[in-house]
Design a protein around this ligand. Structure first.
Ligand code: URA
Length: 435
């Protein structure tokens, strides 16, 4: 088999066989295929696509490039949740402990911030001492003892995806449904889960800007995961405005803690409730969505979800005192208001710009090796539909390096659309559920 023949075949819209895809991925993971050939192949896939059969084989080849965790010794249906990436999305910090508190094991391998979107690992690392680098053995033990482990992708998990993802990032081949499907599922299926809830984001802050492309991605993820024997529920959810009121790692942890204590912004609470409820259904703890929602409410009300988060933090070496005193989280030196230039109603937010403004302050990375500042970020004081007065504070910027402020403010300047009349009807948070 020759790599140029495989590139040629895909370039001319052919379908690759299982053997061809396994060969290509194995050889690439071993360093036997140069990046220039893999880049050409990725671009061919980007334009020509892949059928369901090819996508399933690619997913399996990437999954088999590393270890697949065997969690059969841990009783219960193992359920995880994955979001395709958004701005202000800190749902994992609420949903994972809440579902684990109900007795459903949650093995969660998460990612870092990517582009304008945040990542669960960066948020967890804002908790002093929290170690996301457990080995797979330690992860298994944490799961057995506490019911939940939250770690990053290790060397052993889908190494082909690590290499391919980095290459896709610099060859503009990220936004491809089969490539995203194989990338996400190769990591998630390696966790040894039985079921998965997918939160596919749609809108200005998401990779999928319109509902049709998001639905195509959700259907692809669902069909390939189902083929591989997993139960999957996929939700299409709104990402036209940031989720909740905070963007930035420590600020988001504080908001998640508030929500675990029964407060927190309504949109964020609602999405956590919906995602957790589906996880409880898949985990066999609730008969239907409604029962799952009621159970989530009671796990929050009783303090069981917050107590589970305390156990998770302690188990992974973090300072669990942040749960009672979020002031222990890293704090920025300066708080700067960003004010509305005119009054009216907030009718639209450009979530991607808001995410980029947080990255400009240091909450994310412009380059892979950049160090994230856990303290910086944004607190939003308005949501779409709210009335705004001229000069009113729209956002408080939490800043550590004042030379980063101008870029963040320039991004925010075009991020809010204020009109004389209120928008007719806000878009629902959950747009579709594919169960
Ligand atoms: N998240 C992933 O893990 N992979 C992708 O390709 C896109 C989002």
């Amino acid at each position: 088999m020759r790599v140029p023949d495989l590139i040629h075949k895909k370039r001319d819209a052919g379908s690759l066989t299982r053997g061809e895809l396994f060969f290509l991925i194995e050889q690439y993971a071993q360093g036997a295929v140069p990046d220039y050939q893999m880049s050409a192949w990725l671009m061919a896939v980007f334009f020509r696509g892949m059928n369901a059969e090819e996508t399933a084989h690619l997913t399996e080849a990437m999954l088999r490039s590393g270890q697949v965790l065997d969690l059969s010794s841990i009783p219960g249906t193992k359920v995880d949740k994955h979001s395709t990436g958004g701005v202000g999305d800190k749902t994992s910090l609420v949903v994972a402990p809440a579902v684990a508190a109900a007795g459903v094991p949650v093995p969660m391998i998460s990612g870092r911030g990517l582009g304008h979107t945040g990542g669960t690992l960066d948020k967890l690392e804002a908790i002093p001492g929290f170690n996301v680098g457990l080995s797979l053995d330690e992860f298994r033990r944490a799961l057995a003892e506490v019911g939940c482990g939250l770690i990053g992708q290790t060397e052993e998990i889908a190494p082909a995806d690590r290499k391919l993802y980095a290459l896709r990032d610099v060859t503009c081949t990220v936004e491809s449904v089969p490539l995203i499907t194989a990338s996400i599922l190769s990591k998630k299926l390696a966790e040894g889960i039985d079921a998965l809830v997918l939160d596919v984001k749609v809108g200005s802050g998401a990779f999928m800007k319109d509902q049709q492309s998001a639905r195509r991605l959700a259907e692809s993820l669902q069909s390939i995961a189902t083929r591989m024997g997993k139960r999957v529920v996929a939700l299409l959810t709104d990402m036209d405005q940031p989720l909740g009121c905070t963007v930035g790692n420590a600020l988001e942890v504080a908001e998640a803690i508030e929500t675990l204590h029964g407060k927190g912004p309504e949109d964020f609470r609602t999405l956590c409730r919906e995602l957790a409820a589906w996880m409880l259904v898949l985990g066999g703890r609730a008969a239907d969505l409604r029962q799952g929602q009621e159970q989530f409410d009671s796990l929050i009300r009783s303090g069981a979800a917050a107590e589970k988060f305390r156990q998770i933090i302690e188990r992974q070496g973090g300072d669990a005192r942040v749960l009672d005193d979020p002031g222990r989280l890293p704090q920025a030196k300066e708080q700067v208001p960003f004010k509305a230039r005119r009054g009216g109603f907030l009718v639209k937010m450009e979530a991607e710009r808001i995410g980029r403004a947080a990255v400009a302050l240091g909450a994310g990375r412009a380059q892979l090796e950049d160090i994230v500042d856990p303290a910086v970020g944004l607190v939003l004081h308005k949501k779409v539909g709210d009335a705004v007065e001229t000069g009113e504070c729209l956002v408080t910027l939490h800043v550590n390096q004042s030379d980063r402020l101008a870029e963040a403010e320039a991004l925010l300047a075009d991020a809010f659309v204020i009109a004389p009349a209120a928008p007719s009807r806000p878009r629902p948070l959950v747009l579709e559920t594919l169960s």
